[in-house]
Design a protein around this ligand. Structure first.
Ligand code: BGC
Length: 731
């Protein structure tokens, strides 16, 4: 195993262990388990030891103190499914754990090459009995395999013979965490309407989990095998069951339990495969291919390589693999943000998939296509006569944002999705997708803008909306929103013409064109600055000097009304627009805007730094780009936002990939659609190498200081531009 692909931690520090629940979480885009300790079902020292599954969610009515027409009606909350990763050993009644007896050695290795978390615990009881436990937890990645999880738990008495008790646990852990004060980013659990029933049959447990309000059910089955003789008895609880094995063990011998589990929305009768070697082999094969497609390597910094792999791997774990799920803001590593899908997917995360596993990117877009009917209904509900309005945050397509100024008002979500459709097409030329689904997304979102915006004094205005920056709300003409809406309209026109799409009239096309060309893009001549929105410069600048470090993030310390009165940003907004449309604006302008907006941006959102870093790099300030990048790549590993306990920051992970590929490697398209790369690697690195797929061809890029090389690994020959030189990559 290469060093870069594994992360090792050797400590018993509970504060760190709780963070590692998210950092060492494992998932396969379907189910995810937190990196809690095996014996947690007994010692209950974790923050959140649940297993989550995309698509298993509950809902409850939002109770507004003061309701208003059109407010989102329901909360949707990703909900726990039964866990199958609890194992423990008791020696003379003492639990082998970090809280009893004495720990001789504790090691955990997060192996990203094999999608496995390994643990070694050497322990001594009060009476001096020493025991070694090796456990291994894999969430199986190969879609050809029906099983989702494989656990193994192996015990070796080091210096004694005698009786021990081994336990395995299946079900719901009921030490669920509390809703944590006022932090809107923390999960909100509701277990009252969740129902878990199970039956036990020899060595297997079958669960049915039901969310009564949404009506979603999940069928889970666990099967275990043991390689030792024992006296077995079963302890049944409400939502869980424990298999107990009393056995006489001999010093130096090994005793092992293996368990695998499978989760489905439909009932299934097949037996569970318990062939450890076979399951691991198929998993390894899959992961090998994954890493071939996703290879990114920096020469000159081993730790950095492993941090890069960490981000790439987590994003892959987090992405849903079917058309009816997406990527939650925290992936499956925790229930922060209640498992909701946001614009994070289209603006930050989908790009890694577009260029390495385009079939996954397509499935993410198909999710949006599938929720179009709900988005249409929502637009009508709000009184918008045409088009669709995608939900700001959701699980099944219904709008879930209870606080509309930083929720529903972020109508830019429509064009963010349209933008991703176009990005996907540029990279794949997948006409089939465009004709059947993509075009409809472009058309319906374009229609929305005409129905929602207004022609005022010769300009097309989009008033009363919130842009990406959530410290500024309900403004007129947010530059980002208008700029991306313009792009949305122009692309809708192009693709309607390209495919002779019949659902749009000539008049409509003209109207789209008029709106796009008259789009208001606020600019201040006096300051020579792009205006984030019409009113930005009417406000005073936030008093940064008298804001202490512990008052950040501002959202936890100031009422929104106070924040909204000032020029202060949570995250990239105008700078995000400049990142998207960099080539359309002159660099001096972007430079001026960058300096200005950087000064008023707190980066309280994890979606901010990657974008500032990319724009700094594109502007030629690679040093600054590098600084932002280092904060981006280590955001979760170093818990820079101090909330990784609630789950990883998946959008930032996508931002990390974008920083490498679109920032330091300058990947973009020229005006004829030819992929181009420009070497801007930081002086700290000797080289960067990565693979990507474009239009069916897999290519390898190698950027060394002052030199860039490329080769074709698979597929047809392809033209690319390397550091301004057009070349054809041939077999
Ligand atoms: C950010 C949003 C983001 C959400 C989920 C918020 O803090 O401001 O832009 O969509 O987190 O990641």
């Amino acid at each position: 195993m290469s060093l870069e692909m594994k992360m090792e931690r050797n400590h018993c520090d509970w504060e760190q262990l709780k963070k590692e629940e998210a950092i060492f979480s494992l998932a396969n885009g379907k189910i995810g388990i937190r990196g809690c300790l095996e014996e947690d079902f007994l010692i209950k020292n974790s923050y959140d030891n649940n297993t989550y599954m995309y698509g298993f969610f509950e809902k409850e009515k939002i109770n507004y103190g003061e309701n208003a027409y059109g407010y989102a009606k329901n909360h949707q909350i990703i909900s726990p499914v039964p866990s199958g990763h609890g194992f423990a050993v008791l020696v003379d009644g003492e639990t082998v754990s970090l809280v009893e007896g004495k720990v001789i050695k504790h090691q955990r290795i997060f192996d990203m090459e094999k999608a496995t978390l390994n643990r070694l615990l050497e322990w001594e009881s009060k009476t001096g009995k020493k025991i070694k436990i090796k456990s291994s937890r894999t969430i199986l990645q190969n879609p050809k395999i029906k099983e989702d999880s494989l656990m193994s738990f192996e015990i070796e008495p080091i210096n004694f013979d005698g009786e021990i008790l081994i336990q395995s646990f299946y079900g719901i852990l009921e030490n669920d965490i509390d809703v944590n004060g006022d932090d809107p980013r923390v999960k909100n659990t509701l277990l009252k309407t969740l129902q878990y029933q199970y039956t036990v049959d020899n060595n297997s447990v079958n669960f049915i989990s039901k969310a009564l309000n949404t009506g979603v059910s999940v069928f889970a089955k666990f099967n275990e095998s043991i390689d030792f003789v024992s006296n077995k008895y079963i302890t049944k609880m409400n939502n869980s069951v424990i298999f107990n094995y009393k056995c006489d063990v001999d010093q130096g011998k090994h005793y092992k339990i293996i368990c695998s589990g499978r989760y489905e929305f439909d009932e299934f009768i097949e037996e569970i495969n318990l062939d450890e070697i076979q399951l691991l082999r198929s998993n390894d094969e899959h992961m090998k291919l994954f890493w071939e497609d996703n290879m990114v390597k920096i020469e000159g910094d081993t730790n950095l390589n492993s941090a890069i792999a960490f981000n790439i791997y987590h994003l892959y774990q987090s992405v849903g693999r079917t058309n009816n799920v997406n990527i939650a803001a925290k992936g499956l590593s925790g229930a922060g943000y209640e498992g909701h899908y946001f614009w994070d997917t289209e603006m930050y995360m989908i790009h890694q998939f577009i260029y390495t596993q385009p079939e996954i990117a397509k499935s993410l877009l198909m999710y949006r296509y599938n929720i179009l009917p709900k988005a249409k209904e929502r637009a009508r509900e709000l009184g918008i006569k045409d088009g669709v309005l995608f939900p700001w945050r959701t699980i099944d397509g219904e709008e879930n944002s209870a606080y509309y100024p930083a929720g529903t008002a972020q109508v830019h979500i429509n064009s963010d999705i349209a933008y991703a459709v176009v990005e996907y097409y540029k990279a794949t030329h997948d006409d089939e997708f465009m004709k059947t689904a993509g075009i409809e997304i472009l058309v319906e979102t374009a229609k929305f803008w005409i129905a929602f915006g207004d022609f005022i004094n010769g300009e097309f205005c989009i008033n009363g909306v919130t842009g990406p920056d959530e410290y500024t709300a309900l403004v007129n003409n947010n530059y980002y929103t208008n700029k991306i809406a313009q792009y949305n309209l122009l692309n809708a026109i192009n693709y309607v013409k390209k495919y002779s799409y019949s659902g749009v009239t000539e008049n409509e096309l003209e109207e789209w064109h008029r709106a796009a060309s008259l789009m208001r893009l606020p600019y201040c001549d006096e300051k020579q600055l792009t205006m984030q929105d019409d009113s930005i410069f009417d406000k005073a600048i936030w008093d940064f000097e008298n804001t202490s470090k512990n008052q950040y993030p501002l959202l936890l310390n100031f009422h929104p009304m106070i924040i909204y009165r000032y020029q202060v940003n949570k995250q990239a907004d105008t700078i995000l627009a400049h990142y998207l449309f960099f080539a359309e604006e002159n660099a001096e302008q972007i430079n001026r805007d960058f300096d200005y907006y950087e000064r008023i941006t707190t980066h309280d959102s994890s979606l901010s730094k990657s974008i500032f870093g990319i724009v700094a790099t594109l502007l030629g300030n690679v040093e600054k780009g590098y600084e932002y990048f280092m904060d981006t790549v280590y955001m979760d590993l170093d818990d820079k936002h101090q909330n990784v306990i609630d789950g990883i920051h998946a959008a930032n992970m996508g931002g990390m990939w974008l920083s490498l590929i679109k920032g330091f490697s300058g990947f973009t398209y020229d005006k004829n659609g030819i992929p181009m790369f420009t070497n801007r690697i930081p002086k700290e690195w000797k080289s960067i190498q990565f693979n990507m797929k474009i239009r069916g061809s897999k290519i390898k890029i190698n950027m060394i200081k002052d030199k860039t090389e490329a080769s074709l690994l698979q597929g047809e020959e392809i033209d690319i531009i390397l550091d301004n030189e057009l070349i054809t990559l041939k077999k």
